[in-house]
Design a protein around this ligand. Structure first.
Ligand code: TYC
Length: 120
């Protein structure tokens, strides 16, 4: 049976400022290889028909808010026309939007929500 020869990975060149006065070399990766994921906010929109109580329940259920916080968010949406219910990675935000729209449809309410990138 033949064994594969070990793969030889050549070291990258060491820069002068990586050599300590005692001659030791500290190799650090300098360039960041991964970036934190882009974040998306789930924004709920006001309408004239969805009951306030339903919106509060949805915000508690799908966005993990307590009754008081959910009520504040609902009132903000009612007064300003829109409000942020939570901030997530793209796929999680899309799932939240689907869940809210399905719950609203099932209950026969026109509640709408969207996801949009967070401005950074
Ligand atoms: N404006 C609605 C009403 O007066 C309440 C409401 C709040 C609806 C927030 C949607 O996202 C919403 N019944």
């Amino acid at each position: 049976m033949s064994t594969k020869p070990p793969k030889i990975v050549p070291p990258r060149p060491v820069q002068a400022d990586e050599i300590a006065p005692d001659g030791t070399v500290v190799l650090e990766r300098r360039t960041q290889k991964t970036r934190p994921p882009k974040l998306y906010q789930v924004v709920m929109l006001n309408d004239d028909y969805t009951p306030m109580e339903f919106v509060v329940i949805v915000i508690q259920e799908y966005f993990g808010k307590d009754l008081e916080t959910a009520t504040q968010i609902m009132l903000k949406i009612h007064l300003d026309g829109r409000g942020v219910c939570g901030v997530y990675t793209r796929d999680v935000a899309a799932t939240k939007v689907s869940q809210v729209l399905e719950a609203a449809n099932k209950a026969g309410h026109p509640l709408q929500c969207i996801s949009e990138p967070v401005e950074s």
